[in-house]
Design a protein around this ligand. Structure first.
Ligand code: MSK
Length: 662
């Protein structure tokens, strides 16, 4: 199934069994979902908007630009390239701002935790020490909370920093850092880069698409190597670094005899507090009183990913399923914080008992109940929310849960886990991964990340993943894309034998891992940057990320955050393919993003609508890197002598030689 710009995936074209099943039930037939709104709109998306050449940056317009037509430049004279670049750069700024504001809240929560003001504690002391060392903080003989407080304050200062270079850039491969310095794109402070991007895209400021994209790269790097990375690491320290665990996913995780509470959004501070409060004696007594068997917490979108990765809490639905979760009629409360919450959720529950509870002063909506979540009263706030949900259980009317629709998954693949899992307890390293790439069992690594939407078939992630796995490409996934791949059954170790080429299947069987590794939420794409960096540092696969046989995609991207993520990957040297980008209306800018930018960063964007062709483009990019590294040939079995092993352990690696055969 394909779709045009109108978006035309209709109810009867949905492939996800749980969604199809639910929407065919009488109680869901009246529920209006995004699929219905798409049909109702009945109009094509604006060509100018789709091509990136509609400018609304000042009140002389809006100006619709036609590239190459002299009379169709902006009223100010802005060309299609300038307008498309400004629009693209503003998406990067908006996406970065979203991650940044999320990260800031996590850092503030981290500081409050270090001060003992929340019900949480510093859990991962090893990671705390590692991060403290990166920030030049003394750890010897100091209490963990004292170190955490200093780390939190230094991290918070990076948001408002005006000059210098963000601390975590030094985690990148040395060659990468030189590229950024040469291009003048090292982020100085996280907030500063967003503000400057907004200024430079204001009417009459930066009108050179190349120059705009330099700042867009700096802004995106402030996201990936700055805000998002800080968020991931400090969240891990506070709530625990994910380790592999079994879990379940899809609408069937809801329970008819339990009080179902879903958490939706992104910031895990609230969700973690709900997890603690869900064990409260008083609340459990109240649960009994209302006749329920327990409290069933379930995740939606990336808050779901956060508690799935760290606690194994089931995920009821991804972005595209948020309305379906509510259409079941089985949810007592959907508790939301920030980002990716459709305004329609409050309408979906209008005829149901379900309460939509907003919890953050930054994100309110009409027809929802607001209970402000305060970090300083985290437990009390969480308890209040759960109490309300429990009391709501008795009001539940008709409901339908597709109980046979839940899938087993193995999740929790942080960078540390991959290190441990592949390298073993006594030799944690990426060496075996690099070796298996060098010897050809694994062709390369692909990231499938980002959102879902309604313009293309809902099994696009699965189609892309199947093609990659067949060609021995190991997949790391985050965000709602990861959830889609979990629902498709690719996060079970057994999936390796079903879907992978012989080499990758053998590696997965040896390690006992699934061929698609769930790495976390959308801020956790920073884990991928670290994983790629570790592969470079391990040796044998080039000197920076741009030389690695690796490629990324966010095919069904919806959010501006995905554009920021894509741009920080490109600026970090990783090739990125999307199904579409709003740049086609500007020829020179289009050509630059899809090619020219490679001269500066060693990587570029690519666009391909067809999922199989998209996967093949990724494979071709990976093959190109293998060719350049000289590892794209069949290799004879090479048995290692002790000297070769010593070389490998010293991190030098032996290009073209692996520990197995091909
Ligand atoms: S929630 S940003 S739809 S991944 Fe992170 Fe999913 Fe995309 Fe939101």
């Amino acid at each position: 199934m394909s779709a045009d710009r109108t978006g035309r995936v209709k109810r009867n074209e949905i492939t996800a069994p749980s969604t199809r099943d639910l929407l065919n039930q009488d109680l869901a037939k009246q529920v209006r979902t995004a699929y219905d709104r798409i049909e109702d709109r009945g109009m094509s998306a604006c060509l100018f908007g789709s091509g990136g050449t509609c400018c609304r940056h000042c009140n002389m317009g809006p100006c619709q630009i036609i590239d190459g037509v002299e009379s169709m430049v902006g009223i100010c004279g802005a060309t299609a390239d300038t307008v498309a670049a400004r629009h693209f750069a503003r998406m990067v700024a908006a996406g970065t701002a979203a991650h940044t504001d999320h990260a800031r809240e996590m850092v503030r929560g981290f500081i409050a935790t270090a001060k003992g003001e929340t019900p949480h504690e510093i859990k991962d002391v090893a990671k705390l020490h590692k991060m403290a060392t990166i920030f030049g903080i003394e750890i010897e003989g100091r209490d963990k909370n004292e170190i955490a407080l200093e780390l939190g304050e230094k991290a918070l200062a990076e948001f408002g920093q005006q000059d210098g270079v963000l601390t975590m850039l030094k985690r990148a491969p040395k060659k990468q850092q030189k590229v950024w310095k040469k291009q003048g794109v090292e982020p100085r402070g996280i907030d500063r880069e967003v503000v400057e991007m907004m200024h430079r895209t204001h009417m009459g400021v930066d009108q050179d698409y190349r120059n705009l994209m330099l700042q867009a790269s700096r802004c995106a790097l402030a996201d990936g190597w700055g805000a998002s990375m800080l968020s991931t690491e400090l969240t891990d320290i506070m709530f625990g670094t994910p380790v592999p665990r079994r879990a379940i996913i899809d609408l069937g995780v809801l329970k008819a005899d339990h009080v179902n509470v879903t958490v939706h959004g992104h910031e895990p501070l609230l969700a973690e507090s709900l997890c603690l409060a869900a064990e409260d004696e008083e609340l459990l007594a109240l649960v009994k009183k209302v006749g329920a068997k327990g409290i069933n917490l379930a995740g939606v979108c990336c808050t779901g990913n956060e508690i799935l990765m760290r606690r194994g809490i089931p995920v009821a639905g991804s972005f595209i399923q948020q309305e379906m979760v509510l259409a079941t009629g089985a949810v007592e409360a959907m508790v939301v914080d920030v980002q990716c919450v459709m305004q329609s959720v409050a309408q979906v529950v209008k005829e149901k008992h379900t309460e939509i509870i907003t919890t953050n002063y930054r994100a309110k909506m009409p027809d929802a109940i607001h209970i402000q979540f305060e970090e300083s009263e985290a437990y009390a706030s969480a308890k209040k929310i759960l109490e309300r949900a429990i009391l709501n259980f008795k009001k539940r009317g008709d409901c339908y849960i597709p109980t046979d629709k839940k899938f087993d998954i193995v999740v929790g693949f942080s960078h540390e886990t991959i290190n441990y899992m592949l390298g073993g307890r006594f030799r944690q390293s990426y060496r075996p991964l690099n070796d298996n790439i060098i010897n050809g069992r694994i062709k390369g690594v692909a990231a499938i990340v980002g959102c879902e939407h309604y313009k293309y078939a809902d099994d696009v992630h699965f189609q892309i993943a199947k093609e990659l796995l067949k060609n021995n490409v190991l997949i790391l996934a985050t965000g709602c894309a990861a959830q889609a791949l979990g629902r498709a059954g690719l996060m079970r170790p057994e999936a390796a034998a079903e879907y992978c080429g012989a080499g990758l299947a053998e590696v997965c069987a040896t390690v006992g891992m699934p061929p698609v590794l769930h790495v976390g939420s959308c801020v956790d794409n920073s884990r991928l940057l670290i994983a790629l960096t570790e592969m470079v540092k391990e040796g044998g696969l080039g000197e920076d990320i741009s030389e690695l046989p690796a490629c990324g995609t966010a095919p069904l991207w919806m959010s501006e955050k995905a554009v920021a993520i894509g741009q920080y990957f490109v600026a970090s040297g990783a090739h990125v393919v999307f199904q579409n980008l709003p740049i086609a209306g500007a020829k020179a800018f289009n050509k630059y993003l899809l090619g020219g930018i490679k001269e500066q960063f060693g990587a570029c964007w690519d666009v391909e609508e067809d999922p199989i062709k998209l996967a093949r483009k990724m494979i071709a990019a990976i093959d190109g890197k293998r060719e350049a590294l000289g590892i794209n040939k069949k290799q004879d079995r090479v048995l290692f002598d002790m000297e070769m092993r010593r070389d490998m352990q010293s991190g030098q690696g032996i290009p073209g030689v692996g520990c197995g055969q091909k």
